[in-house]
Design a protein around this ligand. Structure first.
Ligand code: 3HC
Length: 683
């Protein structure tokens, strides 16, 4: 096994390089080797200073995350993270961190345990532990406020967003940012004989305890809004506030206690599950090498098509954009230009970069012109099978051999579309979510004939677009919309049976969903929902009622937010208000069909909707339409506002216990019929 920490001498300076691919995560082996190497250097009279760096693109991406579930499960003892850091900081000779790429979590904590920090322009400094349901556990909550002040430290530890090199320099975390090699700069600095400056001894940036407490109150309110229900952000705020109140060692003890609490909690288990699930989803066993994609085309310049073109341009891939209507094409391009202008105004990119990206998107006069040079073509025209088949017939004639032909559909049958071509092996679904440049999820849908190479190319392409791709089978609605349908079906059924829309939605947002299921209906539009339900019935999706109250809404002109009413009534700012008229309509509907109305508890609403959701997920797994349960979790967390801190629907269900879920499904089956037939997966 290669050494985790490599040693090299530059005169009297010892350069230690952590070499633990892919991201130099701190395993116990790395920490042991690192602390021992620093202590040997302290004892070695030939060494006057130590430079500490990481091999490859990153300094250190943090503690090895795979250790946490094992520690929480009692499979290994807790790691004394703080002690390792203290051993570095206590070196009597200057230790200088030379930072490139990520210094995140335990990586930044290691850098802060060093006496000086010299960084490349590519460097990033952050304490993202809260995104894993944790807080910094290697002294970060105590050292960061001593370098950057209590306010900055609270912000970084409670929200978890990293700083770039310039920001970290301005915040006082980095001492120097250099254009060249940071190791070289650190060695030169070491030769000037810098002092041993322990972060724990710095006091001047700490504030009074009362001031820290009022800052804490402000941050608590902020995290309640931005990260509702999550426990780690508050724990992080408390730990940083302790730095202003307590001597360093006692502050460390407070951090240890809070870290332990988070580590033993459900939320960190769930968030760590999502971290690894996201990375696993992008990989599929047994696929060949992908084909390179140098140029792309998007057919259809509506909201979705224009958004997908932006994704290509942002990833540096030139893209031709075509729409059968020249006006729609012009509108699409104007919309894109506006988006880039807004990004420049908000300071997210400079004008030159916006111009470069805009330049990559070229309008095409004809479909053949758009398709001719492209290695990947994404069709994003109106969701109508006939229109899509026509486009694919034309693409078949115009595209080069081997080009990837993707349809951005959410409900249509990929095989029906592929059959319009003589090359179904090149056809697959690329289901982007709206708004395409923002939403990370892309379902990659394999048809019956899709070649493994096409699937591999689509996965790689999605990764280049900085998306999280998930492979799905060609069933109605693929993974996400297929599961969403029975979930919403239950919400609608509960409303028919006397549940007030605002109670149904509040039961689920109170549980952590970003939006209630009925409010989602109003957002998407009831004309669209009716189309989706009709397509589901046409495709013979089982257990979907042939009629539902929601089908009435378009006829009544209640299309949702866009028409000012749906499940709710909307004011001019699109704020929903409960609508007595809707309740009257629901009562009439129920009375005419003999549906009994009754009050519903929050627990009953949650149970019915969530069990409908996860049972459909289990059916998807029974049928092999998803590769793994964790892929379903990724789809819901990134595409449907499912709370990441619950780990996704299948993780949540497994955490309840499969046997328990099965028992409840069986009870509902007896009470309410075949809709609840439990999937085999529960057994
Ligand atoms: N531990 C273990 N594995 C890690 C890791 C970590 N801290 N960070 C990344 N990896 C793994 C990934 O799982 C992936 O493995 P795979 O190839 O087998 O799927 C591989 O490294 C590459 O990761 P990405 O695909 O994410 O690579 P990118 O280049 O896109 O991103 C990164 C690099 C920005 C460093 C990103 O990986 C990242 O954000 N990592 C997590 C950072 C983090 O959360 N650190 C805090 C950890 S908790 C902690 O430090 C607690 C401490 O306070 C005690």
């Amino acid at each position: 096994m290669p050494e985790a920490v490599k040693e090299a001498r530059r005169g009297n300076v010892l350069v230690l390089t952590i070499d633990n691919p892919p991201v130099n995560a701190l395993s116990v082996e790395v920490l042991d080797a690192l602390a021992a190497a620093v202590e040997r250097a302290a004892a070695d009279s030939a060494v006057e200073a130590v430079v500490l760096t990481g091999a490859g693109k990153n300094f250190i991406a943090g503690a090895d995350i795979s250790l946490f579930p094992r520690i929480a499960a009692g499979e290994m003892p807790p790691v004394p993270w703080q002690q390792y850091m203290n051993r570095i900081e206590n070196c009597p000779k200057p230790v200088i961190a030379a930072i490139q790429g990520a210094a995140l979590g335990g990586g930044l904590e290691t850098a802060m345990a060093c006496h000086w920090r010299i960084a490349a322009r590519t460097a990033q400094a952050g304490q993202p532990e809260v995104k894993l349901g944790l807080i910094p556990g290697a002294g970060g909550t105590q050292r960061l406020p001593r370098l950057a002040g209590v306010e900055k430290a609270m912000e970084m530890c409670s929200y978890g967003d990293p700083l770039d090199a310039a920001e970290a320099l301005a915040a006082g975390i980095f001492d120097q940012v250099v254009d060249g090699d940071p190791v070289e700069a650190a060695v030169q600095f070491a030769l000037t004989g810098p002092a041993v400056r322990r972060t724990r001894d710095l006091q001047d940036r700490l504030c009074a305890p009362e001031q820290a407490e009022s800052l804490a109150e402000v941050f608590r309110q902020g995290v309640h809004r931005r990260m509702p229900h999550q426990k780690a952000p508050e724990a992080a705020i408390e730990a940083v506030a302790a730095a202003a109140r307590l001597p360093f060692e006692e502050g460390l003890a407070a951090e240890r206690r809070l870290f332990e609490q988070c580590l033993r909690g459900e939320q960190s288990r769930a968030l760590i599950h999502v971290f690894f699930a996201e990375r696993a989803a992008a990989k599929a066993a047994g696929l060949p090498a992908p084909r390179p994609v140098g140029r792309a085309a998007v057919i259809g310049a509506g909201t979705m098509g224009a958004g997908i073109a932006v994704c290509f341009a942002n990833a540096g891939i030139p893209v031709m954009l075509y729409d059968a209507s020249p006006e729609a094409l012009e509108r699409g391009l104007a919309g894109i230009r506006k988006q880039y202008e807004a990004a420049v105004k908000k300071g997210r990119m400079d004008e030159a970069e916006a111009a470069r990206r805009m330049e990559r998107i070229r309008p095409a006069e004809g479909l053949a012109e758009a398709a001719a040079e492209a290695d990947a073509i994404v069709e994003a025209v109106f969701e109508d099978p006939e229109v899509k088949r026509e486009v694919f017939c034309e693409l078949d004639a115009a595209a080069r051999p081997g080009a990837l032909l993707a349809t951005n559909t959410s409900t249509l049958d990929i095989d029906e579309i592929a059959a319009a071509t003589k090359r179904p092996e090149s056809v697959l679904g690329l289901h982007f979510f709206s708004p395409a440049p923002v939403m990370k999820l892309v379902e990659v849908v394999r048809g019956r004939a899709t070649a493994p190479e096409a699937a591999a190319t689509a996965l790689e392409l999605a990764r280049r677009l900085k998306k999280i791709p998930v492979l799905a089978g060609n069933c109605f609605g693929f993974i996400g919309n297929r599961m969403f349908l029975p979930y919403r079906t239950q919400a609608v059924a509960i409303a028919e049976q006397g549940g007030a829309p605002e109670e149904i939605d509040a039961a689920l947002t109170g549980w952590g969903m970003a939006m209630g299921p009925l409010a989602v209906g109003d957002l998407v539009g009831h004309d669209v929902w009716l189309m989706i339900r009709r397509e589901a019935l046409r495709r013979g999706v089982p257990h979907i009622p042939v009629s539902a109250f929601e089908d009435e809404l378009p006829r009544l002109g209640r299309l949702g937010q866009k028409s000012g009413s749906g499940w709710y009534r909307y004011d001019e700012n699109r704020r929903p208000q409960p609508d007595p008229e809707l309740i009257r309509l629901l009562r009439e509907y129920a009375a005419a069909r003999g549906i009994e109305q009754r009050p519903w508890t929050v627990e009953q609403i949650r149970e019915r909707t969530l069990l409908a959701l996860v049972n459909e997920g289990a059916r998807i797994l029974d049928e092999g339409m998803a590769e793994r349960a964790s892929d379903i979790d990724v789809v819901f967390v990134h595409g449907f506002g499912f709370p990441a801190w619950r780990g996704g629907p299948m993780h949540w269900a497994e955490a309840q216990g499969k046997a328990r879920v099965l028992a409840r499904l069986e009870a509902l089956y007896d009470e309410d019929g075949p809709f609840w037939k439990p999937a085999a997966w529960w057994r």
